[in-house]
Design a protein around this ligand. Structure first.
Ligand SMILES: C[S@@+](CC[C@H](N)C(=O)[O-])C[C@H]1O[C@@H](n2cnc3c(N)ncnc32)[C@H](O)[C@@H]1O
Length: 237
C-alpha cells in the first residue's frame, strides 16, 4: 500500500485539506480583479492544496478579465486548468456565473493537469456562491468522450466565455477552436493564451494570426515581451 493510501496518509491529507479550506475562506475576495489576483499570492495552504498557481503575466490576465467581465458571462468553459490559477479567477470575478466547466487532460503537456484530490479544493473557490456550479471533465478536449460530457453538462445552454489554454500545438488549438466554436453563444467570447509565445511546440501564435482578422479581436501583450500574451475574439463579428 502506498504511503498516501495508508490510514496515516489519508488522515494527513484530510487535515491538510481542512487547514487549506479555512485559510482560503479567510481570503476569498470579492469580484474585484485586483483583489482576486492579490489573493492568489496571499493564499497559503497545506499538502496538495498548498498554493494556487497561475501561469500568466498578471497584467495581461487583468486586461483580458476586465473586458470579459463587462459581458457578464453565465456559462464559462476553460480548457487547461493545471493548478487552478485562471479557474480561481473565473470562479471569483463572475458572481452571476451559472456553470463553470473545467476541461483538463491528466498528465497533459504544457503543465501536467492536476491531482484529482484538488477538485474538492477547487470547489471551495465558490463556497459562498450558491448560484454557480462547477463541473470537471478530465480528458482530452478533442476527444468524442469529452465533447459528449460537455453536451450533457450544457444541456440546451451555450458557452458565453471559452478560455483555451490546453494543447498549445498548432493542430491542437485549431481543433479546439473548430470543435468548441459550435457551442458558443451568439455574442460569445473566446480567450486564447500564449498568442505571443514562440517556443518550440507552441503554435497558438500561428493559429491566432491566421484567424484574428476575420473577427473583432483584442490582444493583451506586455510591451517588449516575447512570451505568453492573451488574445480575445468576439464571435459576433
Ligand atoms: C498552461 S496549463 C493551464 C494553465 C492555467 N490556465 C492557468 O493559467 O492557470 C495547460 C494545461 O492544459 C492541459 N492540457 C494539455 N493538453 C490538453 C488537452 N488535449 N486537453 C485538455 N487539457 C489539456 C495540461 O494538462 C495542463 O494542465
Amino acid at each position: 500500500m502506498s504511503k498516501e493510501n495508508s490510514i496515516y496518509g489519508k488522515l494527513k491529507d484530510a487535515a491538510a485539506f481542512q487547514i487549506s479550506k479555512r485559510n482560503l475562506k479567510k481570503i476569498l475576495p470579492s469580484e474585484n480583479i485586483d483583489d482576486v489576483l492579490n489573493s492568489i499570492n496571499q493564499y497559503r495552504g497545506r499538502g496538495f492544496y498548498d498554493k494556487i498557481r497561475l501561469a500568466q503575466i498578471n497584467s495581461e490576465l487583468k486586461e483580458l478579465s476586465e473586458k470579459i467581465k463587462m459581458h457578464n458571462p453565465k456559462v464559462i468553459v476553460e480548457i487547461g486548468t493545471w493548478n487552478g490559477g485562471t479557474f480561481f479567477v473565473w470562479s471569483r470575478i463572475f458572481p452571476e456565473a451559472k456553470k463553470l466547466i473545467s476541461i483538463d487532460l491528466p498528465d497533459g503537456e504544457y503543465g501536467g493537469g492536476y491531482d484529482v484530490r484538488r477538485i474538492k479544493f477547487f470547489r471551495e473557490f465558490i463556497s459562498d456562491r450558491s448560484n454557480t456550479h462547477q463541473h470537471f471533465i478530465r480528458g482530452d478536449s478533442k476527444s468524442a468522450d469529452t465533447v459528449a460530457k460537455l453536451k450533457e453538462i450544457l444541456q440546451d445552454e451555450r458557452i458565453d466565455f471559452l478560455y483555451i489554454d490546453g494543447d498549445h500545438t498548432y493542430s491542437g488549438i485549431k481543433k479546439d477552436f473548430e470543435i468548441y466554436k459550435q457551442f458558443m453563444s451568439e455574442n460569445g467570447l473566446i480567450g486564447f493564451h500564449d498568442i505571443n509565445t514562440f517556443r518550440e511546440g507552441y503554435g497558438v501564435h500561428k493559429f491566432w494570426n491566421e484567424i484574428k482578422s476575420g473577427y473583432r479581436h483584442e490582444e493583451f501583450i506586455t510591451p517588449g515581451s516575447s512570451i505568453m500574451g492573451n488574445g480575445l475574439l468576439y464571435i459576433n463579428k
